[in-house]
Ligand binder design. Structure first.
Ligand code: HEM
Length: 117
């Protein structure tokens, strides 16, 4: 549901989903302004009194600023090694015997081959 938020002394939330096709300024500007404070965009467009009246009908409530729906972002420090090389290093540590065996077998085969000659 596309919603616009408007900030004055309080934050109001507007459901613009039913108004997208009717907006004289086009649906693209409304969609671009959804999910955030659209006060500046709205004021910049120089809306008339009629527009402000129409807007009231679309208000669905006030923004709850006490709770956040946005999950906390996980911040990784730059010094933390990126996933893939780190995983590779762990695998190499755990399965070091595999490349060692391959090298050993190659050396034995090489020696046997040279002796035959
Ligand atoms: C629920 C909120 C909104 C309503 C009810 C609404 C309503 C209207 C109305 C009735 C007009 C015709 C001109 C007028 O009477 O002022 C209009 C024009 C316009 N609106 Fe909105 N508007 C809303 C939100 C927005 C937002 C958030 C933006 C910008 C991101 C925007 C951008 C424009 C533009 C650019 C025009 C001018 C179109 C033109 O004259 O070519 N509007 N709007």
């Amino acid at each position: 549901m596309p919603t616009l938020t408007k900030l004055y002394s309080m934050q109001e939330v507007y459901d613009v989903s039913t108004y997208l096709d009717d907006h004289p300024g086009g649906d693209d500007v409304l969609l671009a302004a959804t999910g955030r404070d659209a006060t500046e965009d709205f004021e910049d467009a120089g809306h008339s009194k009629t527009a402000r009246e129409e807007m009231k009908a679309l208000c669905i409530g006030e923004l709850d600023t006490t709770s956040s729906d946005i999950p906390e972002l996980e911040i990784f420090s730059e010094s933390q090694p990126p996933g893939y090389p780190n995983k590779l290093a762990n695998l190499t540590k755990r399965y070091w015997a595999v490349p060692a065996a391959v090298v050993g077998i190659s050396v034995v085969i090489g020696v046997l081959y040279l002796r035959k000659k």
